[in-house]
Design a protein around this ligand. Sequence first.
Ligand SMILES: CC(C)(COP(=O)(O)OP(=O)(O)OC[C@H]1O[C@@H](n2cnc3c(N)ncnc32)[C@H](O)[C@@H]1OP(=O)(O)O)[C@@H](O)C(=O)NCCC(=O)NCCS
Length: 189
Amino acid sequence: MTRLRSERLILRPWEERDRDFWAALNADPEVMRFFEKVRNRAESDRVFARLEAHFVRHGFGFWVLERRLDGEAVGFTGLQHVDRALPFAPAVEIGWRLKRSAWGEGYASEAARACLAYAFDVLRLEKVVSFAVPANEASLAVMRRIGMQRAPELDFDHPFLPRNSPLRRHITWLISAEEWRRAGAAGGP
Ligand SMILES: CC(C)(COP(=O)(O)OP(=O)(O)OC[C@H]1O[C@@H](n2cnc3c(N)ncnc32)[C@H](O)[C@@H]1OP(=O)(O)O)[C@@H](O)C(=O)NCCC(=O)NCCS
């Protein structure tokens, strides 16, 4: 199963020792502000199994970000196949979630750039998408920083959220392999 490295981080698959960290991340109301609810331990364990299963099946997934300086887990950033219920499936998304104390350090964008390099140079994907609720400025800023562009034709109502949920509408961003290469040649993103 693939591991990646960036300047300050190791991106690695989930291990048993990460369960408490994962549960704490999902139990923090501020981290989960743009999700329907925080997750209890049983719910976090269920998703943990899905994160592991994605790695087993595809060799990549939402990688744990381990800070090289002290070995501490600070969050996740990675690539995963979107649920087939989404209108633009099949597609691979890029996503991130950091513990609060690790916000504002550039870790999500740094890790996301390593993920995009893997997506385009190794997996040879044609495009990568990302989506968030419009109010999630911090997440949209990561998309912008790594060179993604808005793709309004792919905006959607999330099929797993109740019809009356204010979090149902999601806006979608996209980067193609060509855009990634062009930005790289120009010295960015
Ligand atoms: C979305 C989320 C990962 C963004 O985290 P973040 O720390 O703001 O994003 P980055 O890692 O790209 O860091 C960028 C910030 O670090 C700062 N920074 C500090 N040192 C830096 C460095 N060495 N290199 C780059 N940026 C650095 C940047 O200036 C920027 O701060 P600013 O936004 O005040 O300008 C975080 O808010 C989060 O986990 N949210 C909850 C989960 C969530 O909503 N996930 C997305 C669901 S769609």
